[in-house]
Write a protein that binds this ligand. Structure first.
Ligand code: ADP
Ligand code: MG
Length: 238
């Protein structure tokens, strides 16, 4: 069981309250999108779950275990950002291998796992290249490959498709969702794009200035928006 639980999260930057009291459970294997306008606190919540940002109060549990005091690397999660943050001077092979290398895995084990992941993401032909020699979509695949190298319990995505053109974005939506379902990895996905949230998610959390406006299945939110804010943001008839 690899649920992601956020309990009574509060976050202030100095005196500014960004998150008042946020609680959410992403169930084992579930895909939840955190959807809301720019500045509403999506990235802050995700970064706190990842351990990249400290919380003011509250708790984070992954797979039922409290991880609040743990470093990002000890949380058994993988994060994919908008700018893929690949190492520019390393080959794709070495970009994928990095996380296992620093954990002192054997060369045999590393090579086997890189090949397995590369095959899954159809990037076997790219392993000797460097990031600059790849298209946006290929770089995105490598970033996902790197995220699943260590078989994480949970995926965290922060607007991973916003640098791609519309056609590729549509394609990658489907790819990410299929990969997530095939591997059964519990996922929290941040986006400001309604269509993305609608097409990819089991459930959507609509966020407004750090507060949850509504949680529900895509169709539910579309057909029965709980507030004018949701209706306006989703663009549904209310
Ligand atoms: P989103 O990802 O939904 O666009 P963010 O989580 O990035 O929103 O930001 C939420 C709010 O917190 C914004 O008002 C932003 O200005 C503020 N904020 C984010 N990071 C910091 C920081 N490091 N210091 C001060 N304020 C911040
Ligand atoms: Mg953000």
């Amino acid at each position: 069981m690899a649920s992601i639980e956020v309990k009574n999260l509060k976050k202030k930057f100095g005196e500014v309250k960004v998150i008042e009291d946020f609680s959410l459970t992403v169930k084992d294997r579930e895909f939840i999108s955190l959807l809301g306008p720019s500045g509403c606190g999506k990235s802050t919540i995700l970064r706190i779950v990842a351990g990249l940002e400290e919380l003011t109060s509250g708790n984070i549990l992954i797979g039922g275990k409290v991880v609040t005091p743990l470093e990002p690397k000890d949380r058994d999660i993988a994060m994919v950002f908008q700018n893929y943050a690949l190492y520019p001077h390393k080959t794709i092979f070495e970009n994928l291998a990095y996380g296992l290398r620093i954990r002192k895995k054997s060369e045999t084990e590393i090579t086997a796992r890189v090949k397995e992941v590369a095959s899954l993401l159809q990037i076997e032909q790219l392993l000797e290249r460097r990031p600059a020699q790849l298209s946006g979509g290929q770089q995105q695949r490598v970033a996902m490959g790197r995220a699943i190298m260590r078989e994480p319990q949970a995926f965290l995505f922060d607007e991973p498709l916003s640098n791609l053109d519309a056609k590729l974005r549509n394609h990658m939506r489907v790819e990410i969702r299929q990969l997530q379902q095939r591997l059964g990895i519990t996922t929290l996905y941040v986006t400001h794009d309604q269509v993305e949230a609608m097409t990819m998610s089991d459930r959507i959390v609509v966020l407004n200035q750090g507060d949850i406006e509504q949680i529900g299945r895509p169709l539910e939110i579309y057909e029965k928006p709980a507030s004018l804010f949701v209706a306006n943001f989703i663009g549904s008839p209310a």
